[in-house]
Design a protein around this ligand. Structure first.
Ligand code: FES
Length: 100
């Protein structure tokens, strides 16, 4: 059962378009990316490479790596990233790691 996000922005801020997984969201500029996506209702940021289980932010302090996303092809932690204008964000492609 899908419910509305329990995350809320405390104060109105200027929003910018950000694309995640092909969907465009208006997110507060400079906000923590993981928090902004959660507030927008996005709960699954990546799938595990072994079982394809969905994962989303857990620790919100850079320790668990469950918030990994791909921004312009670079895998990074959403909880350690600020919202920027026209970001194009996707789920990490771990298969590319096999070529390293
Ligand atoms: S939520 Fe744990 S590292 Fe980002």
């Amino acid at each position: 059962m899908k419910t509305d996000s329990t995350f809320r922005n405390l104060a109105p801020r200027d929003c910018v378009p950000v694309q995640f997984d092909g969907v465009t969201y208006d997110l507060p500029l400079g906000e923590n990316l993981a928090a902004a996506l959660l507030a927008a209702g996005v709960t699954s940021f990546r799938d595990t490479p072994v079982s394809n289980s969905p994962r989303g932010p857990f620790c919100m302090m850079g320790a668990c790596f469950d918030c990994q996303v791909s921004i312009d092809g670079v895998i990074t932690q959403a909880c350690m990233t600020q919202v920027g204008e026209n970001m194009v964000i996707g789920r990490p492609n771990y298969e590319a790691w096999d070529d390293l």
